[in-house]
Design a protein around this ligand. Structure first.
Ligand SMILES: Nc1ncnc2c1ncn2[C@@H]1O[C@H](COP(=O)(O)OP(=O)(O)OP(=O)(O)O)[C@@H](O)[C@H]1O
Ligand SMILES: CC(C)(CO)[C@@H](O)C(=O)[O-]
Ligand code: BAL
Length: 287
């Protein structure tokens, strides 16, 4: 069985024992409600290191008061079973008091790549993510930590934080796992009604269409506007962003920039976030 530990002391003791035996360790931070996307991160870590630790912690610091912290799906027994089936060695499941003891007063303050897109839509989000991920990396002392490209900006922010703070860990990005129709797997997909789930495929479809249009010579701005219109026509009630961006620093691409144009060395990424009823979906694709 996958062992479950709830304290930093137990986590460190186990990780240090593995390292003393010459075994490298990979950390997979999650908020639980696990799905195949999370398990693909475990499997990727297993190709690189001998031991894997998944953390499950629904981090209150990355939710604004009006967001879905209370409603966020939780189910430790099911999560532990899935981790067991994936061959994960350890589940770290701290409670809020272990993570944020009384008097906790430290938050990582970010600029740069955290500011646009998710940072603009959810001003509290990346400070909370950076704080908890930094704590998890210090607590677990892993050799590698794996994060999904599904949360592409989060991955870029975490790369930046680990570089800036000299954290001795390799950050590994993992490709987005998708349902058969193309929708990115996400714990929040559980909020979708049957009708909304059917409509949700418009998100990856609009993104693929926008990338194809730009690659065929369409102006970036025009493709972005068409993408937003396609989402609204499919029943999305609000599009927070549908933007082509520089793939590394997420700065804006000029209106006439053709990401794939010959001689244009910049790599582009299309990132989108949009609301279907009460569910906020995000996705991104290389362009
Ligand atoms: N479809 C996916 N493919 C690859 N990685 C994923 C996928 N979904 C989530 N992840 C990654 O799993 C890790 C934990 O994410 P989290 O627990 O928030 O799951 P989630 O499904 O993204 O949930 P949410 O619905 O809250 O966004 C993150 O690194 C995230 O990028
Ligand atoms: C990285 C993370 C586990 C930090 O709480 C969370 O933001 C997530 O699940 O993507
Ligand atoms: N998957 C990112 C975590 C969040 O949206 O809160």
């Amino acid at each position: 069985m996958t062992r479950i530990v709830r304290t930093v002391a137990e986590l460190r003791e186990q990780v240090r024992a593995w390292k003393a035996a010459g075994e490298q360790v990979g950390l997979i931070p999650t908020m639980g409600a696990l799905h195949d996307g999370h398990l693909s991160l475990v499997r990727l870590a297993q190709t690189k290191v001998k031991r894997t630790v998944a953390s499950v912690f629904v981090n209150p610091k990355q939710f604004a008061p009006h967001e879905d912290f209370d409603a966020y799906p939780r189910g430790e027994a099911r999560d532990a079973q899935l981790l067991e089936s994936a061959g994960c060695d350890l589940l770290f499941a701290p409670n809020a008091a272990e993570m944020y003891p009384q008097g906790f007063s430290t938050t990582i303050n970010l600029t740069g790549v955290s500011e646009p897109l998710e940072g603009a839509a959810r001003p509290q989000f990346f400070g909370g993510v950076a704080t908890v991920v930094t704590k998890l990396l210090i607590q677990a002392e892993p050799d590698i930590a794996v994060f999904g490209e599904k949360d592409y900006q989060q991955l870029q922010v975490i790369r930046r934080v680990t570089r800036d703070l000299d954290l001795p860990v390799e950050i590994v990005g993992a490709p987005t796992a998708r349902a058969e129709d193309g929708l990115a797997l996400s714990s929040r997909n559980a909020y979708l009604s049957t009708e909304e789930r059917a409509a949700a495929v418009a998100l990856p479809n609009a993104m693929k269409a926008a990338i194809a249009a730009v690659q065929a010579g369409e102006r970036v701005e025009t493709a972005e506007a068409a993408g937003k219109a396609a989402l609204e026509a499919a029943g999305f009630r609000q599009v927070d962003y549908f933007d082509f961006r520089d793939a590394d620093d997420l700065s804006r691409l000029g209106p006439d920039a053709l990401p794939q144009a010959e001689g244009n060395g910049a790599k582009a990424r299309l990132l989108a976030a949009a609301w279907l009823g009460k569910t906020r979906l995000i996705d991104n694709m290389g362009a």
